[in-house]
Write a protein that binds this ligand. Structure first.
Ligand code: NAD
Length: 312
């Protein structure tokens, strides 16, 4: 990464996190925002967070907080922010029009070989990059919040993306210590949200049907499935859970899995009376005022920090 420049376009929550991740890998980072002064404020926030992480001995990478911060510059001017870059990570609002126009603007200021990467959570690459001329260098790199502790990045190609662009993006992400997962083609929700929504849907149905409480379905995850899922995915879980591995697991459990799966109900509405009563049950456990929610978010980040340490 010696001297190589990555441009981060959009300096909100995710832009700042990406900047910190790239700095940890020793890249020079130029952060840009179209709100005047916003990128500079973001840089100061990054400085503060790097120092706090250093104090907590959670700073990533080989460089000190001061050394990492010295690699960061902030810009209100797009061409300046793109000068010398080899990789652009876009983190603007999750709006199709905003993404399409920023990539059109970015392309006008960078060479053919510069990789254009989007942080989008749920827009498809074929939609986001529709106004880019050379779409072979376009890719989605979808992070999970907060990317500093949760290392997965889903790499999702545009139908025209070159394999070399996927490989280079994979190499950048690996170098900075993220855990890139490749999708071979675009699909609505990518992989993470498809799995997440499957879990949410069945949890919702069980609560709605009065089978289990909000509190206890969360326990099923935190004290059950979640215990292994931080280390062992669903495929390896099956492989380990029968004496002779996956083939054996299928022999034993195929019918049971199919029976249970075919009893799942339709996609929930997530609205009306059911939403009202489930929301109420959740708010009785954790009130939805800012004080309670912030405290729980802080707890979440502390726990994720501890887990990241453990996984190392
Ligand atoms: P945010 O609202 O915190 O930040 C967006 C930033 O982009 C703001 O600072 C805004 O001023 C700037 N911006 C808007 N239009 C711009 C433009 N044309 N040029 C330059 N800057 C512009 O949003 P966020 O949570 O950081 O999300 C950014 C992207 O990351 C979204 O696509 C989102 O879906 C994705 N993402 C978010 C999360 C999450 O949990 N927040 C997780 C994964 C992916």
């Amino acid at each position: 990464s010696e001297g190589k420049i990555i441009s981060v376009v959009g300096s909100g929550l995710i832009g700042r996190s990406w900047a910190m991740v790239f700095l940890s890998g020793g890249y020079r980072v130029k952060i840009y925002d179209n709100q005047p002064g916003q990128a500079a404020r973001a840089a100061q926030e990054v400085r503060k967070q790097l120092e706090e992480l250093q104090q907590a001995q959670m700073l990533r990478g080989q460089l000190s907080a001061a050394e990492q911060f010295a690699l960061l510059s902030s810009h209100d001017d797009l061409p300046q922010a793109l000068e010398g870059t080899f990789f652009v990570q876009e983190c603007v609002f999750e709006e199709l029009e905003a993404k399409q126009s920023i990539f059109q603007a970015v392309e006008a200021h960078v060479g053919e070989s510069v990789i254009l990467s989007s942080s989008t959570s749920c827009l498809l690459p074929s939609a986001i990059f529709s106004r880019v001329q050379n779409r072979t260098r376009c890719i989605v790199s979808h992070p999970v919040n907060p990317p500093y502790y949760v290392r997965l990045v889903e790499l999702v190609p545009h139908p025209e993306t070159l394999p070399a662009v996927m490989d280079s993006t994979h190499a950048v992400m690996t170098r900075v210590g993220q855990a890139p997962a490749r999708l071979s083609k675009e699909v609505d929700g990518f992989a993470l949200n498809r799995v997440q929504y499957a879990i949410i849907a069945e949890s919702w149905r069980l609560v709605k049907e009065g089978v289990i409480s909000v509190q206890d379905i969360d326990l099923v995850m935190t004290e059950g499935l979640g215990m292994r899922y931080a280390f062992i995915g669903p495929m390896e879980t099956m492989h380990l859970n029968a004496p002779e591995g996956l083939g054996d697991y299928l022999q034993r459990y195929r019918e049971g899995m199919r029976r249970v799966l075919s009893s799942f109900g339709p996609v929930p509405e997530f609205s009306g009376e059911e939403a009202k009563s489930i929301t109420q049950e959740m708010c009785d456990l954790i009130p939805s005022d800012q004080q309670h929610l912030s405290a729980r978010r802080e707890r979440r980040d502390q726990l994720l920090m501890g887990l990241a340490k453990l996984k190392k």
